[in-house]
Design a protein around this ligand. Structure first.
Ligand code: 4NP
Length: 167
């Protein structure tokens, strides 16, 4: 699990940092905790946009997680390139727009992966976690159901020592 420098550092990224990436962060932390892997990880989330800096997670994200028994405490923030660019082993994005945006900001392409690329049940590359912001609670539920297998797959890759950054 650990890289030479210690913990594996994982940053989840979406557009607003109030819906998908905070949910991904909460699900990932919950699963890692249950598997006894949390001590070897540093985890955060951030948005490419600035609009929600300082806000909590979207109430629909909080409610979806509450119904599924996953805790969340979250304060939204925008990516700060001068801090974040070299701070993370893996930058996990939700869709192609996030991917384009983080590469434009200067993140090393080799560290950037689509969230659902870790879901071993998906055979086609390029699956995204769609933005539920203008959708309904059902869309937030669907996001949750996409995040669980993807976060499980990510944990499997990390614990096998074959994903992301310096080994
Ligand atoms: P997220 O969803 O990227 O999953 O957090 C969004 C939240 C807010 C906005 C867009 C997407 N917005 O435009 O404010």
């Amino acid at each position: 699990m650990t890289s030479k420098g210690g913990k594996r550092r994982v940053l989840f990224v979406c557009l607003g940092n109030i819906c998908r990436s905070p949910m991904a962060e909460a699900v990932f932390i919950d699963l890692a905790h249950k598997r006894g892997l949390l001590d070897g990880l540093e985890v955060d989330s951030a948005g490419t946009g600035h609009w929600h800096e300082g806000d909590g997670a979207d109430p629909r994200t909080v409610e979806t997680l509450r119904r599924r028994g996953v805790k969340i405490t979250h304060v939204a923030r925008q990516i700060k390139p001068h801090v974040d660019l070299h701070a993370w082993d893996l930058v996990i994005v939700m869709d192609e727009m996030n991917h384009r945006d983080v590469v434009k900001l200067g993140f090393d392409r080799s560290k950037v992966r689509l969230m659902r690329s870790f879901d071993p049940s998906l055979s086609q590359p390029g699956a995204i976690v769609p933005d539920p912001y203008t959708g309904t609670e059902r869309d937030f539920d669907a996001v949750f159901d996409m995040l669980v297998p993807a976060c499980e797959g990510l944990l499997n890759e990390l614990s096998a020592g074959n994903s992301g950054g310096a080994e």
